[in-house]
Design a protein around this ligand. Structure first.
Ligand code: HEM
Length: 464
C-alpha cells in the first residue's frame, strides 16, 4: 500500500452522555508542578496531543500557569467557531498576537470583526485570483531557478521564502526593491518564531536576553518598514492593482477608510496569516509525497500529462491538476497548519457536557479533529484519494476554520500550494537528505521544522 501510518491516538474519543448534567472538565494526567504539560507540549507535541481525545472533549491541560480546554470533536469545534457571543478572540493569547498584528482581521475581537471583514474581503474575491496566481507562478519560477541536481535544500525554508515573496508581491506589487523585501522577510521570520514562544511562555519578555532584543528589533523593523510602504503609497496616490491599493481605496459602511494604524495591522495580518500557513502546507506535502511512492507515481503521471511547457504551473493548468489539489487537501487534513484555534469564553457556558467558567481559554485542535477514527477511516494514512470519492465529512474537515472568521485566503493558499507542488514535482524528485525523522515544530502554525531534501532531476522534465 502506498501509505505509511503514523502513531494513532491511544484510545477512541470519549463521547458525552446527552442526559448527564454538565461536569467539571477532566484534567489530563501527567502534568508537572508549575510547568503542567508544557514540557510534553514542547518536547513531543503531536504524540502528547494524540493522547488527549481519550480523556474527553473538551479536556483540560495546563501549560505553565495557564489552563487550556482542548476541543477535538466536530460538534464542539463547530460551536466554538460559530457561537461568537460566547467564544471570542480575547484573552492573553490574542493580547500577545496583537502586540505584533495590532487589531488585524485575524486577531481582532468579534466586536470589530464585521467592519474589518467587509473592508478586507473584496481584495480576495474570486475574480482577482488569476491575477494573484500570475505572481505565484513568477515567484515559483524564481525559486526553482537556483536549484541544481544533487543539491540539498531545506524545503521548509524554501517554501517560506516562496510564500513570503508571494505575500509581499501580491500585497505591495512592485513597490518594494529586493533589499527592502528581504528585510521585511527576515523580520517576519524572527517574529513568527518568537511569537509562539511568547504565547506559551508568558514570562519570555521579562528577561533582557539576546532573543528578546532580536525580537524587539524585528518588531521595530517590521512596523517601520510597513509604515514607510503605506506612506509611499499615499504620497504617490496610484492604484498599483495590488491588495494594499485595494485596502487604501476601501470604505466601510459609513464611508470611512482605514486609518494608518488599521492599514498597517491588516498588512501584518495578511502576511502572517498567509505566509507560514501556506509554506507549511507545501513543505509537508513535499515530504509526504517523498515518503509515499504510490502517491508520487500518480502525481508524476498527472504532471507528465501536462506535456512540455514552461517550468512553473500557472492558473490555466489548474483544471488539469486535480490530483495535485487532492494531495494538498490531504496534507491539510493530516498536517493542518492552523492546528489550534483559540478563543476565550465571555461567560460561563457548557460545552460537550462540560462546564466552562467565564474567561476560559478554549483551543479547537484541528489536528485532532481531522484524524478522528470514527470520521476518517484509517485516519493516520496519507491518502489523497479519500477526497476523490467525496467521502470526507465536511463538518470535520476544517483546515480553513468555519463560520464568520473562516479563512479569507483559503482559495489563495490552496492555489498557491497546488501550483508550487505541481511545479516542483514536475521537474524534481525530492528525497530526505538524512534518515532523521521530521521534528514537527508547532509554532503558531504546525511547521515541519528544517527539512533537508536532496534534489534529483526527473527524466523528461520541462526545459529551464
Ligand atoms: C493553507 C493555507 C492556509 C490555512 C491552512 C489557513 C487557515 C486559516 C484558519 C483556520 C483561519 C481561521 C482562524 C480563526 O477562526 O480564528 C484563517 C483565517 C484567516 N486567514 Fe487563513 N489560512 C491559509 C492561508 C491564508 C492566506 C494565503 C491568506 C491571505 C493571503 C489568509 C488570510 C486569512 C485571514 C485574513 C484570516 C482571518 C479571517 C477572519 O477572521 O475574518 N489565510 N486561516
Amino acid at each position: 500500500m502506498c501509505a505509511s501510518r503514523e502513531s494513532s491516538p491511544t484510545a477512541g474519543p470519549v463521547r458525552p452522555d446527552p442526559l448527564a448534567r454538565p461536569a467539571a472538565a477532566v484534567t489530563v494526567p501527567g502534568g508537572l508542578p508549575l510547568l503542567g504539560h508544557l514540557p510534553a507540549m514542547l518536547s513531543r507535541p503531536l504524540a502528547f496531543l494524540d493522547t488527549l481525545p481519550a480523556h474527553g472533549d473538551p479536556v483540560r491541560i495546563r501549560v505553565g500557569p495557564r489552563e487550556l480546554y482542548v476541543v477535538s470533536g466536530p460538534e464542539s469545534t463547530h460551536r466554538v467557531l460559530t457561537d461568537r457571543a460566547t467564544f471570542d478572540r480575547t484573552g492573553p493569547l490574542y493580547g500577545k498576537i496583537r502586540a505584533f498584528l495590532g487589531n488585524g482581521l485575524a486577531s481582532c475581537p468579534h466586536a470589530d470583526h464585521r467592519r474589518l471583514r467587509r473592508i478586507v474581503q473584496p481584495a480576495f474575491r474570486r475574480a482577482l485570483l488569476p491575477h494573484y496566481a500570475a505572481a505565484m507562478t513568477a515567484e515559483i519560477e524564481q525559486l526553482a531557478a537556483h536549484w541544481r541536481p544533487g543539491q540539498t535544500v531545506d524545503v521548509t525554508r524554501q517554501a517560506f521564502r516562496l510564500t513570503t515573496a508571494v505575500a509581499v508581491r501580491t500585497l505591495f506589487s512592485s513597490a518594494l526593491d529586493a533589499p527592502a523585501a528581504e528585510r521585511l522577510r527576515d523580520a517576519l521570520d524572527v517574529l513568527l518564531r518568537g511569537l509562539y514562544l511568547r504565547v506559551v511562555l508568558p514570562g519570555a519578555d521579562l528577561l533582557p536576553t539576546r532573543s528578546r532584543r532580536t525580537y524587539r528589533q524585528a518588531l521595530h523593523a517590521w512596523h517601520t518598514g510597513v509604515a514607510e510602504i503605506i506612506a509611499d503609497y499615499r504620497a504617490r496616490g496610484i492604484d498599483r492593482g495590488d491588495v494594499l491599493s485595494l485596502l487604501i481605496a476601501a470604505r466601510d459602511e459609513d464611508g470611512q477608510p482605514l486609518d494608518e494604524r488599521e492599514l498597517a495591522d491588516q498588512v501584518a495580518t495578511l502576511v502572517l496569516a498567509g505566509a507560514e500557513t501556506t509554506s507549511s502546507a507545501l513543505a509537508w506535502a513535499l515530504r509526504l509525497v517523498a515518503e509515499h511512492p504510490e502517491v508520487e507515481r500518480k502525481l508524476h503521471a498527472e504532471l507528465d500529462a501536462l506535456g512540455a511547457g514552461t517550468a512553473a504551473a500557472g492558473w490555466d493548468d489548474l483544471p488539469q491538476l486535480p490530483y495535485a489539489a487532492r494531495v494538498i487537501d490531504e496534507t491539510l487534513r493530516l498536517r493542518p497548519p492552523a492546528w489550534a484555534i483559540s478563543r476565550s469564553t465571555t461567560r460561563p457556558t457548557e460545552l460537550g457536557g462540560v462546564r466552562l467558567p467565564a474567561g476560559a481559554l478554549v483551543v479547537c485542535c484541528l489536528y485532532l479533529l481531522q484524524r478522528r477514527p470514527e470520521l476518517f477511516p484509517d485516519p493516520t494514512r496519507f491518502d489523497p484519494d479519500r477526497f476523490a470519492a467525496d467521502a470526507v465529512p465536511r463538518e470535520a474537515y476544517l483546515p480553513f476554520g468555519a463560520g464568520a472568521t473562516k479563512c479569507l485566503g483559503d482559495r489563495f493558499g490552496a492555489v498557491e500550494a497546488t501550483l508550487a507542488l505541481a511545479s516542483i514535482a514536475r521537474r524534481w524528485r525530492l528525497r530526505p537528505a538524512t534518515a532523521a525523522p521530521v521534528r514537527p515544530a508547532p509554532r503558531l502554525v504546525l511547521s515541519p521544522g528544517p527539512q533537508p531534501m536532496l534534489l534529483t532531476e526527473r527524466v523528461g522534465a520541462p526545459a529551464r
